[in-house]
Ligand binder design. Sequence first.
Ligand code: RAM
Length: 361
Amino acid sequence: MTTRTPWRPVALLAGLVLLTSACGGTTKSDVQQQQSSAPAGTASSAPAADPNAPLKQGLKIAFLPKQVNNPYFTIADKGGMDAAREFGGEGKEVGPSDASASSQVSYINTLIQQKQDAIVISANDPNAVVPALKQARAAGIKVVSYDSDTAPEGRDIFVNQASAEDLGRTEVQLLAKQLGNKGKIAILSATPNATNQNTWIEFMKDELSKPEYKDMELVKVAYGNDDDQKSFTETQGLLRSYPDLAGIISPTTVGIAAAARYLSDSPYKGKVKLTGLGTPNQLRKFVKDGTIEAFELWNPADLGYLASYAAAALASGQITGAEGETFKAGKLGDYPVGAKGEVLLGKPTVFDKSNIDDFDF
Ligand code: RAM
């Protein structure tokens, strides 16, 4: 049994102040533009694609996550490599042990020299990786961003795990419910330049600006840099600076696991509420010991799998990344390419004590 967040029609955002992120990639304003743009299927100026072209055999697909020592990416990239095996390609994962953009650039340069057919990247910074990715594209390598987007000129397609708006708003809603819509809250994020977290945070702030949250105050956005120890220390720092903190949202699997570890072993356990995005296997014990009531995530393996098929479809000429194209993603079925080359995996799952044992990732 899976508990899914209730489907809600996409909120009308017209007239809202656009809290645009300073950098590129899929930002809150991009999401808003996409929602008001024409539906898929109207891409008249799209370059030619051959939807019936067979997937090429032996495609070399490299996965470049934000960092390699993060269980979330291990699962996602395994999903991608499983897909590659399925369609007769060769997948591999390379990447830095810290979530930094400059380290990713060196990996991109090496992958260009190796003449990979496609690079699948979760960007640590929407802009810093773009010059190297442009070189890759000029060399005929297809680029798919997944999880955390680059500026659009850096990639052919962005495979997004879930609606950024839905993620941002539902995380606030999950916490507000536990707090009776009252109290000081903080966000423990990943790196300050992460495209995905920054987009979600803009939607969190927008959700918090609604009248029903007038008694909730966001006091700080802290950055644990997707480093376990730093995330732990930042959580400690938040509680020291704001001893009356009522709740924390951590939209990163590294951050929420470290914050849960800190809280579960502190007098704040069960009192300071914690939610965000985490893997069931990392958070199971904290749900059972009462540190966390509910959190959410998509299936990381499906994200990698879908990104892998998107890369193969691009490298085989089935799609070009234009809105309105569709491609087959193996066991996941057909996926359309939406506005700005975005492919959406689906809805996340909310995990709590009623269903956490049903998941193993
Ligand atoms: C971390 C990374 C990743 C994010 C997940 C939720 O593993 O920051 O980019 O999508 O958390």
